[in-house]
Design a protein around this ligand. Sequence first.
Ligand code: GYE
Length: 307
Amino acid sequence: ASFAVAAPMSAFAQKKIVVGFSQIGAESEWRTANTNSMKTAAAAAGIELKFSDAQQKQENQIKALRSFIAQKVDVIALTPVVESGWDTVLKEIKDAKIPLILMDRSVDSKDTSLYATHIGFDFVKEGEMAGQWLVEKAKTMKGDINVVELQGTVGSAPAIDRKKGFEAAIKAEPRIKIIRSQTGDFTRAKGKEVMEAFLKAEGKKINVLYAHNDDMGIGAIQAIEEAGLKPAKDILVISVDGVKGAFEAMIAGKLNVTVECSPLLGPLVMSTAKDLAAGKTVPRSLIGKDGVYPMETAAKEFPSRQY
Ligand code: GYE
C-alpha cells in the first residue's frame, strides 16, 4: 500500500520574514495612510507584519517592543511618539540582536548604534518651507502679521522641528510674529478647540494660522468659519502633510498652502527589512518625499494624489 508523506522542505523554501511594527495610533489622516502603506507593502513583499497600535502612549510602545523581543521577530520597526526616553528598551532590542528601523519620527538617543537606520523626514526643512511661503506672501501684506501656531504632540520630533524651522524662516521678515502657540495634538478635534480659544483671546488680531499638520488646520478652519470669519482670506491658513483633506480644503478656497510629507514609506521599510534580515548593511538614514503645494496648484494636483 502506498501512503502520502509530507514533502520534505525544499532547500529553496524560505522562512517568512516577521516584522514587528509599533505604530503610534490613528490621530490623523496622515497616520492612517502610513499604516495602510505599511500593511499593503508587507503583504506585497510576503512579510508577516505584527502590528501594534499604541494609542498615543509611549508605555504601550515599550510593552509592544518587549513583546516583539520575546516573540523573536526578525526585524522591528518603530515610530516613536516622542523623542525621549527610549534608551533602555532600544538597548534591549540591540542585546537581542534584532535590527531596528526607526520610521517617520526619530529618537534623541546619543547612541546611534541602537538602531540600524532611520527612514524619515527633514521636519526642520518642512517648517522652513512653511515659513518661507509666509515670508513671500508678506510682501503683499501691510503692517504686523500676527501668527497663531498649533503645535503637534508635545515632545514629538515633528512638533519640535516644524516649530524650529518655521521660526528660523520667519526671521527674514520682522513684521511676522507668533502671538500664541499651543499643542493641538495633531488631531482635528483638538485643532478646532484650541483655535476657538485663540479666536476668543485674540479675535481679529490673528492674521495667520500655522498648523503642524493638516488635520489640526482643517479643525481650525471650522472654528474660523464658526467665528464668522473667512479662512484663507481673513486668516491665512498654512499646514503640513499634503493629505487629501488638505487638497479638498484648498480647492474649496479655505486653506492657502500645505507642505508635503509623504506617509507612503511602506515599500521602503519592507525592502530595508528584507536587507536587514539577510544581514546586509543599509544606509543610516533615508529621507522621504516633500514639497510645497499652494492652493493655486490644488485642483491640478488632486487627481494624482496617492494619500
Ligand atoms: O505630520 C501628523 C501625524 O509624524 C510626520 O504625525 C508625522 C506626523 C504627521 O499625526 O499628521
